[in-house]
Ligand binder design. Sequence first.
Ligand code: GRF
Length: 217
Amino acid sequence: MDSSRLRIGVLASGRGSNLQAIIDAVEAETLKAKLALVLSNRSDAQALERAKRHGAPAIFLDAKPFSTTSPDPVAKQVAREAYDRAVLDVLKQHDLELVVLAGYMRIVTSVLINAYPNRIMNIHPSLLPAFPGLDVQQKALDWGVKTSGCTVHFVTEGVDEGPIIIQAAVPVLEGDTAERLSARILVEEHRIYPKAIQLYAEGRLHIDGRLVRIDER
Ligand code: GRF
């Protein structure tokens, strides 16, 4: 094991283009990390294929045995936590220093957050705190904002509310569709996510309350 490399685990549910940007940066050595695990809640996630191609462990962990049909929010939370305990068992086996959410379509509970305090990152396709949640590119268009973008942040229990690490702005253009805006935001996502992880690897991110200070070098 190369102990100078940050061991990261990526949780992803879908296409995995952010995972690919991370893999590319690792292979180009601009990101001094080792992709120690990719875990998905979806067996058909393209992210799993990308991980295998890179030679990283790729694990599908089915959420169905943990799901509930109950509409009761408490029952839903109990089910989410049960799944996260199963996820945690897998993560622990891979000796991770940082957990990276990349298109992971599940709400992460305190089970994971307490196990990796300030050690879980997420990327979101808006300039938070504007437009948390889903379908945010369409929401940005519906609001008529002139600038959108993306945000890398640490994960806390409030969805899309954690301390902000890096953001990139993307102009909204006349006649934009959610698809076109998403595609332009994605280019910036692929640029800033590996960069944020490298800053973490270099020990340059310092959290103070909800603020993240970046050591300039
Ligand atoms: C990205 O837009 C990311 O910001 C959001 O989900 C999408 C995932 O895309 N959280 P991909 O799976 O990385 O291609």
